[in-house]
Structures are given as C-alpha cells and as structure tokens.
Design a protein around this ligand. Structure first.
Ligand code: PLP
Length: 437
C-alpha cells in the first residue's frame, strides 16, 4: 500500500514545487464533508477544495448527472457542435444572477479564465483599456488575472512584466483601514476615494472596468460595509465604467445568498462565477448585460474545452440541489455557528484579533499583538498543522497568510461542524500553553 510519505517522495521527484500543497496527505476517497487519506485516516474538510465542494464531495445527484452525460458524449467542442446543457445552464444563470435586465452567459474553465474574458468584454464594449482592481484582491494566476491579483509573494514575484493598464485602489478592509479611519464615522471614504483616484491615477474616461470581490476570498474574508458597493457602482455608472463582480469564491451560496452582491443590493454589469458551480468539475461562467456580452465579434471569445457538457450537467445538478435542499439556509446556519464560536475564541485568546463574516464566509484573523496587529503568519500555519493532526483540514488566507478561512461543504452535518470547531479550540488552547497569546 502506498503511504502519504512514499507518495510525497514521488510527488517531489516528478512535480515542480511551484504548484503548492497545504497538507502532506493524499486522498483515497471523499464523501460529503469527509476526506479519507491513502492510509485510511479520516479528516473533516473545512477547506472544500478551496470553496469548490459546496454541495459536498461526490454528491449523489451530481454523480447521477455526470454518469448520464458520459454515456451520451463527453466533448464535441461547443464551437464545433453545440449541445443543450450549455444553453440550459446559461438560461438558468441568466435568470438567477442579480440584475433585472437582459443577460447572456458564456462558459470557460477556471476562475482566472473567466476574469480574463470579463475584462476582454469590458474593453471591447467600452473601447477603453484601463482596469481598476483592489489591494488584497485575488483574481487568478494567468497573466492578466495575475496582474489584477495583489499579493506579491508567492503569486506575482518573479513573473513580471505584468499586463499593463491596471490601477489599484485600497479595499474596504476596516480592520486595517488604509486611511486610518473607522466605520461608520469614515463616511465610506474608501469608496468615495474612487473619485479622487480619477484625478491621481487614471482618468475615468480611460477606465473600461472596475473588478471587485464582494468579500475578499484569498485576501482574508474581508467584508465591506453594506453601503460600500452601492457607492462604487454609482460612480462606475456615472462614468460609463463596467462594474465586474468577481463571485468566484463568494458565489453559489457561500454567503447564504446565491451571490454575495445580493446582500449589497447591487446588480453588477458582469458577474463571474467558478469554483463551486459544477460540484468539483472545472467550469466557470461570465454572465452580463446582453449588450456588453454581445459586443465582441463572432469568434472573439471561446476555447476548446470551454463549457464542457459533463461540467454543465454537473452545474445543473448543483442548481437543482440548491433549490431542493435549501442549501442557502444551511449556509446561514453554518455561518451563525462559526461566527459565534470564533467570537468566543476572540474572547479567550488575544491572538484572535478580528472575526468577521457574511453567511458561511467567516474569517478569523490572527495577530501577535492586538495593538500593533502584527500578522501571526507562522502561528496560523502551526494552528493549521495541529488541526490536521487532530483530523481537521483547513487553509489560511490573507496577504500575510494569517487568516483562518473555513470553506466547508454546506452539507456538513452538525456533528462534523461541532467536531471541527472543537478541534480549532483544542489547537488554540495547545498553542496558548506554549505561551502564544
Ligand atoms: C475571487 C477569485 N477570483 C478568481 C480566482 C481564480 O480562480 P481559479 O483558481 O479557478 O483560476 C479565485 C481563486 O481562488 C478567486 O477566489
């Protein structure tokens, strides 16, 4: 039998170090919110394949849909011979995404690819070149997406030159406000700052798009104040700028609404989806106002594998599951419980500097000192390693990798959720005994 360490040795021999691994274990099987490794050890999954397994690992309905599809055809290439699942999925996404206006949807394969296409469409439609992105943003690793991503190490370092015409604003990261202000007395200075930005960085009439995550994912589960996006959206509208919501991580129920922009009452011109939309299959979507989506010429958009029929069938099954099993309520309950527990941790351990959340997207930011807010990067890694030893898989987030970001499947049972939370508590208490705050 292969062990984790024998497989790791092979992995290291044959695979470069660049594609990173958080945990030194190999999966044998996975179901619901449990992953079993090749040595038979079971783990509660609070990582969900980085927010992909919202409907759980190997969901029965998803399996049925893909098994039915693979018996019929696996790939024809939508650009050569079209197929119904692509059309059906586009129709459903046009209906459920925020925005009471005619919409169209196209599919690609990854979050980064969807980001690239959204920017292409915005540039084509506006005839402008500039894009405004945010500090602490993550939009992917392909060249344009990487250029929009904020974090230098490890993502951007050594990979320059980046794509041009990208301008970066501070995000509404209230715990670490760039302007040293406090909400609500700040009166949303960080949002209105966009107007100054047009004077100091790029003229409004040169900006094709503003791309923003409704809640920072990789950036550390940062939740902006409720009026923030309305202000940004209005300024974009007033200046003919396409407002793009990157819902790759927030989408498909993670925040207890299908899309996080619904919390903010904003209807983005273009909305990007990926990750959990196809129950684990690589699939991403760009949905937007019809007049924008239809702007690029025939053949200007697409790709060989884009909108694979098996992935589209999986995504249709995921949408059915949301309707049938009320996964949005589950997300709400999970979020409530995790927030409650994390707040308790904040009371008990001074290393827990900030706790924030929207739906099931609840983050816990670890610091070495509450006053200086020095990020507790190493400590976060220790906590994650300790939790793995105790049977819980987690990942971190944040520019300084000091934020615990649970992305458990929304089908997790109460017992699994409670066990996972108590493992985090045990981990914090163990670190505390070693003199960590
Ligand atoms: C908000 C956001 N956008 C884009 C991406 C890139 O997606 P992918 O890794 O599928 O290219 C991610 C991935 O984490 C993300 O969280």
């Amino acid at each position: 039998m292969k062990t984790n360490s024998s497989l790791l040795a092979e992995r290291n021999q044959h695979i470069p170090q660049g594609p990173f691994n958080v945990h030194p274990i190999f999966a044998e099987k996975a179901k619901g919110a449990i992953i079993t490794d090749v040595e038979g050890k079971e783990y509660i999954d609070f990582a969900g394949g980085i927010g992909v397994n919202n409907v759980g690992h190997c969901n029965e309905e998803v399996l049925e849909a893909i098994q039915d599809q693979v018996q019929k055809y696996i790939h024809t290439c939508f650009h050569v011979v079209m197929y119904e699942p692509y059309v059906e999925l586009a129709k459903r996404l046009n209906k459920i995404t925020p925005g009471n206006f005619p919409k169209k949807t196209m599919f690609v394969n990854s979050g980064a690819e969807a980001v690239e296409n959204a920017i292409k469409i915005a540039r084509h439609a506006t005839g402008r070149t500039g894009t405004i992105a945010f500090e602490d943003a993550f939009h992917g690793r392909t060249l344009l997406a990487l250029s929009l991503t904020s974090k230098m190490k490890p993502y951007k370092f050594g990979f320059s030159p980046y794509a041009p015409e990208i301008y970066r604003m501070p995000y509404a990261y209230c715990y670490r406000c760039t302007f040293g202000l406090e909400y609500p007395t700040c009166e949303l200075h960080c949002a209105y700052f966009l107007r100054d930005f047009f004077q100091t960085h790029i003229s409004a009439e040169q900006v094709a798009a503003l791309i923003v995550e409704p809640v920072l994912g990789e950036g550390g589960f940062v939740v902006p104040p409720k009026e923030y996006f309305k202000v940004l959206y209005k300024i974009c509208q007033d200046n003919g700028i396409v407002f793009i919501a990157d819902e790759v991580q927030t989408g498909f129920g993670r925040t207890a609404k299908m899309f996080a922009m619904e919390h903010y009452d904003v209807e983005p011109d273009i909305l990007i989806m990926a990750k959990s939309m196809a129950g684990g299959f690589p699939l991403s979507a760009v949905t937007g106002r019809s007049e924008l989506m239809d702007h690029p010429q025939v053949g200007g958009l697409g790709g060989t594998f884009s909108g694979n029929p098996v992935a589209c069938r999986a995504a249709l099954a995921v949408l059915d599951l949301f309707e049938k099993n009320d996964l949005l309520s589950k997300a709400k309950n999970i979020g409530k419980r995790v927030l409650e527990k994390f707040k308790e941790f904040q009371e008990d351990y001074s290393t827990v500097g900030d706790v924030r959340g929207l739906g099931a997207m609840v983050g816990m930011e670890l610091v070495m000192d509450r006053k200086t807010k020095e990020p507790a990067t190493l400590l976060t890694k220790h906590l994650i390693d300790l939790c793995r030893e105790k049977g819980l898989l987690m990942i971190s987030a944040g520019t300084y990798s000091n934020i615990i970001r649970p992305l458990m499947p929304l089908v997790i049972t109460n017992e699994e959720l409670e066990r996972g939370l108590s493992i985090i508590e045990e981990g914090l208490s163990q670190l505390n005994k070693f003199g960590i705050p």
